[in-house]
Design a protein around this ligand. Structure first.
Ligand code: SIN
Length: 312
């Protein structure tokens, strides 16, 4: 048994795939995702030009998760167009998802236009939430700027589904304000959440922070963030369930995390920190655990679970 999902006309043969995070920057890493049980091949956020990103050390794993300040290191969008062609040829059944990032509205417009015209790309995820570039605040925390940017993006002709990667919101008032902006546009999905930005982990032995860039602050992922992710999935599901799909991301490392994200309202889920830790074997492991539990509970369709949290 597997649960399938659909974004626009794009069919996902399973509901678990990778986030635009660890192990999706190089063609080799993307091919490994194609060969794995990941239900799609999601690429690292790409920018108009290649970027080296932030200085090392910039990614560390700890028992309860990970901290990163990669700074959007990527090969530039033209390379990802080339990679998409190779991946489509090798893995024709797997959706190829690009993640787009920019540093001004024109960047976003140019990249969305380029990928809307790219036959080997199926879905676009626009990243409005990277916390790791000095001097560039997370766009989606500014509702007016987000609104203006989305107005430009959704004027671009093209029929590929477009979704947004959002940061975590920590106050339901802010979630509701963002939902009002999102309602104005034909957004296919939102991915909740990007890492919890600007956190500090200290190594007490070394008496030093774990990572170097941006005053040693980075985006937190893994177990630490699951309750934040679930809260965002749930709040946006309540506000937007009839308009766009919610994709859950944050703290998923076992079947129970997938199940909780679905109950909260996610239709698909993405793996980040666990992929960094276990490599692509995590997809088959989590899928197997998840479907064993589903069979035990006699669930045959994800729709029986999505959003079905029993509210008190
Ligand atoms: C990074 O490259 O710094 C992480 C990307 C993101 O959080 O969007």
């Amino acid at each position: 048994m597997t649960f399938t999902a659909q974004i626009g006309n794009v069919v996902f043969q399973d509901i678990i795939y990778n986030s635009s995070g660890p192990r999706c920057t190089t063609l080799e890493e993307l091919r490994a995702l194609g060969e794995s049980e990941s239900s799609a091949i999601m690429m690292k956020s790409c920018s108009p030009e290649p970027r080296d990103g932030n200085p090392e050390p910039r990614y560390k794993e700890v028992e309860l998760g990970s901290i990163n300040s990669i700074g959007l290191a990527n090969h530039g969008y033209k390379k990802y167009i080339e990679y998409a062609a190779e991946l489509k040829e090798q893995f024709p059944e797997k959706p190829v998802v690009v993640s787009i990032v920019g540093f001004c509205p024109e960047d976003f417009v140019n990249l969305v236009t380029a990928f809307q015209n790219e036959p080997n790309v199926d879905v676009l995820e626009v990243n409005l939430s990277c916390p790791n570039v000095v001097g560039k605040p997370q766009i989606a925390y500014d509702f007016e700027t987000s609104d203006e940017l989305l107005a430009k993006i959704f004027q671009i002709p093209g029929d590929k589904p477009i979704g947004l990667k959002l940061p975590p919101y920590f106050d339901p008032v802010h979630t509701a304000m963002m939902a009002e902006v999102l309602k104005k546009y034909p957004i296919s999905f939102i991915t909740c959440i990007n890492s919890v930005g600007n956190t500090l982990i200290i190594d007490p032995e070394a008496e030093a922070p774990l990572i170097a860039p941006k005053w040693w602050l980075g985006g937190l992922g893994g177990d630490y963030v699951k309750p934040v992710a679930l809260a965002n999935v749930r709040m946006f599901y309540k506000l937007l369930w009839d308009r766009m799909m919610i994709i859950g991301c944050g703290g998923i490392k076992s079947w129970v995390d997938v199940f909780e994200h679905l109950l909260a309202g996610a239709s698909l889920v993405q793996l980040g920190t666990v992929l960094g830790k276990e490599d692509t074997a995590c997809f088959a492991r989590i899928q197997q655990e998840f479907y064993e539990y589903m069979e035990k509970k006699w669930y045959t369709d994800a729709k029986q679970i999505i959003g079905q949290l029993k509210e008190l």
